[in-house]
Design a protein around this ligand. Structure first.
Ligand code: G3H
Ligand code: 13P
Ligand code: ZN
Length: 318
């Protein structure tokens, strides 16, 4: 059942975070639904602009509609990840999405507000909610301390009031990809939870979102490298930090890279161990299972596991 992102946030706020998982193809979608059903978790499917272009946006929409039928117990929202203005309007018009993210955080403050407000007006007119971003996440290959621009809590209040956005992606030290933190002697790594605490105090009840939340497990990367991969100096967000964020008003935690690592590990190991194989379904089956396991594990960690019946009951009351 496709629900609104706002409905999920209302149930989760302050208790747990909803996993927001990027998808690009059929196998990922099947694994995603299996993992969420298995862990009884509500979830968010994210579609990036890259995913919409990878083949054709209509394929993803079709796969999700089919998954909704195949897994009738699933409760999920469909969200545009890192939209520009044009893509947001396209998704709002489509009638398929629950929410959109307008990512105008690279613009200066006033311009970010103006762009976000235009998208909010269009989205609210059609019943969709809008995630916006304030501050800047670290670049994939840059030193996190140098490149990150932490969200300013006072600016966050002004931004939310003036833009009318429904949730805010905050920069607290995470970054996208598999290389999030560069260890340097004497430098303390970690997330800036004081920013989350300050925003929660100034905007009580307002949902925050955490991008760049993959944990980049060492075991996964070691297995990829042992099977021929060359991923060096990777690092991610400790899982306990994400569990903590979920209790502090972070309602949505974005995970993409960890899913890509599962795909890479399964395929590299499969073809290393079975070089005579060439049927794509032979590797697709273990991939879907490994992906489902990863998703179920994430939901346990985020605290969303086991909440599906409670969310269903709350939605039925309306
Ligand atoms: O934050 C970005 C997501 O990981 C999506 O990545 O734009 O390569 O699909 P993508
Ligand atoms: P990761 O690269 O850490 O998985 O972050 C994904 C993300 O933020 C998608 O918007
Ligand atoms: Zn992101």
């Amino acid at each position: 059942m496709i629900v609104t992102t706002a409905q999920l946030f209302k149930q989760a706020y302050g208790k747990y975070a909803i996993g927001a998982y990027n998808i690009n193809n059929l196998e990922q979608t099947v694994g995603l639904f299996q993992g969420n059903i298995r862990s009884k978790a509500p979830f968010i499917i994210q579609i990036s602009r890259g995913a919409r272009k990878y083949s054709d946006k209509r394929f993803l929409e079709g796969i999700i509609r089919a998954a909704d039928e195949v897994f009738p117990d699933a409760i999920f929202a469909v969200h545009l990840d890192h939209g520009d203005e044009e893509t947001c309007y396209d998704c709002i018009k489509s009638g398929f999405y629950s929410s959109v993210m307008i990512d105008a955080s690279h613009h200066e403050f006033a311009e970010n507000i103006a762009i976000t407000k235009r998208v909010v007006d269009a989205a609210h007119a059609k019943g969709l909610s809008v995630e916006a971003e304030l501050g800047q996440l670290g670049g994939v290959e840059e030193d996190i301390v140098g490149s990150v621009k932490l969200t300013d809590p006072d600016q966050a209040v002004e931004f939310v009031q003036k833009s009318g956005c429904d949730s805010l992606a905050v920069a607290i030290g995470t970054s996208h990809g598999a290389f999030k933190f560069k260890a340097e002697p004497g430098k303390k790594l970690g997330l800036h939870f004081e920013v989350v605490t300050a925003i929660k105090a100034k905007l009580p009840g307002f949902p925050m979102v955490l991008h760049g939340s993959s944990s980049v497990p060492k075991d996964e990367v070691d297995r990829i490298n042992a099977a021929g991969g060359k991923i060096k100096d990777s690092s991610g967000v400790p899982e306990e930090d994400l569990a903590k964020a979920g209790k502090m008003g972070v309602c949505k935690v974005n995970i993409d890279t960890d899913g890509r690592l599962v795909w890479t590990r399964v395929h590299r190991e499969f073809f290393r161990d079975k070089p005579e194989k060439f049927d794509l379904r032979d590797v697709g089956v273990p991939f879907m299972e490994a992906y489902a396991q990863m998703i179920a594990g994430k939901n346990e960690m985020l605290g969303s596991a086991g909440h599906i019946d409670e969310v269903r009951a709350a939605l039925a009351k309306k």
